[in-house]
Design a protein around this ligand. Structure first.
Ligand code: NDP
Ligand code: 2IT
Length: 446
């Protein structure tokens, strides 16, 4: 990192103590911005870095609710409205026991540049709660979502801040939150949340979009080296929304997806993941990947604990959570001949893992580029809501494919322009940053 950037970085660490994931996300961006700051002295004069790293607004609130035994439970809710230079704050809500301000800020920070890369008019934000949905009944989930929205409602709106799903928040939770928002405000503001059901303002392809977009991006990246998915072994982590639809599209492209995982362990299925069974277990029964392995028969093995990255594969798509690919996992993947790693999750690779991929010269795509298909399709959902329209699956998927191709090409051209051809981290950070920085300056000191 250049000296002037180090100075700003040190201030940010001091101002935001104890937020390790936020520090990691900022560092990863700052490590690539040296040449941009050198070419654009106006960014330094206007303190653009300091401004972008300070959220416009951070909301923290109490979420009281009653469990099925009648006991009072208290969780903490967050919404970090990070940057609205390009449009209303946009980004998901995460319900996971690990959530604290540092996680929400890392996600919100990443979201600013990701949303900029989509080319759509959306700013960056993120929210969530330390609520753990595992093992909770449907009634408990509904009461929690209603209480969470009772406070959040006053801060969001179709032209202000538009949340969506992330870990632990899918169609069911969006439904309960939308209902409560509608009740509180007495407005049918379809555009206040994305990821809605198809009969009440949702967009076709939004459910599939992050996983599909990831595979579309990866295919285009593979093609730069004359490779593709067909006939290759693909390792995917996670078994939620992103992992399931990455599996679906990778299989459609002829890839052999042989793994899935959750926080209890991983499954390796040498016959290829049976997607109908995985959807049944995860989406309908809300079960575990160990249940998949039990029902699948002899081709599948469940490995409790352990790292899914021990399974030899040519393409690895981490789709679970942050820092799930450590340096030793990267070394194992490389030893086993991995040719491309593309992030479906946000920040799944540690800095050590990224350095190992980069040293080995394999293809590596950072999440803010490769997983942008989800939020991009959320942007398409907002467009449909604003025009009270709904588009066909094919039309929407074509738009998603165009957006992913554009993001890929923008990253690759920007990296080349700055003398780092093939470096998607550099390309994504610089291209995402410049657009936001220019808008921040144009709109004055606010
Ligand atoms: P889901 O809640 O649908 O699935 C999450 C999956 O990851 C589950 O299999 C879960 O297993 C696993 N997981 C979560 N936390 C951990 C952990 N600490 N250790 C091991 N496994 C874990 O979430 P999504 O699929 O929506 O999100 C996955 C990733 O993709 C996240 O990083 C998210 O930020 C990112 N993302 C999501 C987008 C979207 O549109 N949904 C868009 C762009 C990025 P378990 O049940 O055991 O916890
Ligand atoms: O990380 C992400 O981009 C998301 N969870 C999706 C956000 C959105 O607003 O669709």
């Amino acid at each position: 990192m250049e000296a002037n950037l180090t100075m700003v970085y040190d201030q940010i660490i001091a101002r935001n103590p104890g937020e390790a994931e936020f520090h990691q996300a900022v560092r990863e961006v700052f490590d690539t911005l040296g040449p941009v700051m050198a070419r654009n002295p106006q960014y330094t004069e206007a303190a653009v870095l300091e401004r972008i790293c300070e959220p416009e607004r951070q909301i923290i609130f109490r979420v009281p609710w009653q469990d099925d035994q009648g006991r009072v439970q208290i969780n903490r809710g967050f919404r970090v409205e990070f940057n609205s230079a390009l449009g209303p704050y946009k980004g998901g809500l995460r319900f996971h026991r690990s959530v604290y301000l540092g996680i929400i800020k890392f996600l919100g920070f990443e979201q600013i540049f990701k949303n900029s890369l989509t080319g759509l008019p959306i700013g960056g934000g993120k929210g969530g709660s330390d609520f753990d949905p595992h093992g909770r009944s449907d009634g408990e989930i509904m009461r929690f979502c209603q209480s969470f929205m009772t406070e959040l409602a006053r801060h969001i709106g179709p032209n202000t801040d538009v949340p969506a799903g992330d870990i632990g928040v899918g169609g069911r939770e969006i439904g309960y939150m939308f209902g409560q928002y509608r009740r509180i405000t007495n407005r049918y503001d379809a555009g206040v949340l994305t990821g809605k059901g198809l009969t009440w303002g949702g967009s076709l392809v939004r459910t599939e979009a992050t996983g599909y977009g990831l595979v579309m991006f990866t295919q285009r990246m593979l093609q730069t080296r004359g490779l593709d998915f067909a006939g290759r072994r693909i390792a995917i982590s996670g078994s939620g929304n992103v992992a399931i639809y990455a599996t679906e599209k990778a299989q459609e492209f002829g890839g052999e997806v042989i793994t899935c995982s959750d926080s209890a362990g991983y499954v390796v299925d040498e016959a290829g993941i049976d997607l109908d069974l995985l959807k049944q277990v995860k989406e309908i029964e809300r079960g575990r990947v160990s249940d998949y392995a039990m029902r699948r028969g002899s081709s599948a093995k469940f490995v409790p604990g352990g790292s899914v990255w021990d399974v030899p594969a040519e393409v690895a798509l981490p789709c679970a959570t942050q820092n799930e690919v450590r340096e030793d996992d990267a070394v194992t993947l490389l030893k086993n001949g991995v040719k491309a790693v593309a992030e479906g999750a946000n920040m799944p690779c540690t800095p050590g893992a990224i350095a190992a991929f980069s040293k080995a010269g394999i293809l590596y795509a950072p999440g803010k580029a490769s997983n942008a298909g989800g939020v991009a399709t959320s942007g398409l959902e907002m467009q449909q809501n604003a025009s009270r329209d709904s588009w066909s699956f094919e039309y929407t998927e074509d738009k998603l494919a165009d957006i992913m191709a554009n993001i890929h090409d923008t990253c690759s051209e920007t990296a080349a322009e700055y003398g780092h051809a093939g470096d998607y981290v550099m390309g994504a950070n610089i291209a995402g940053f410049i657009k936001v920085a220019d808008a921040v300056i144009a709109q004055g000191l606010i």
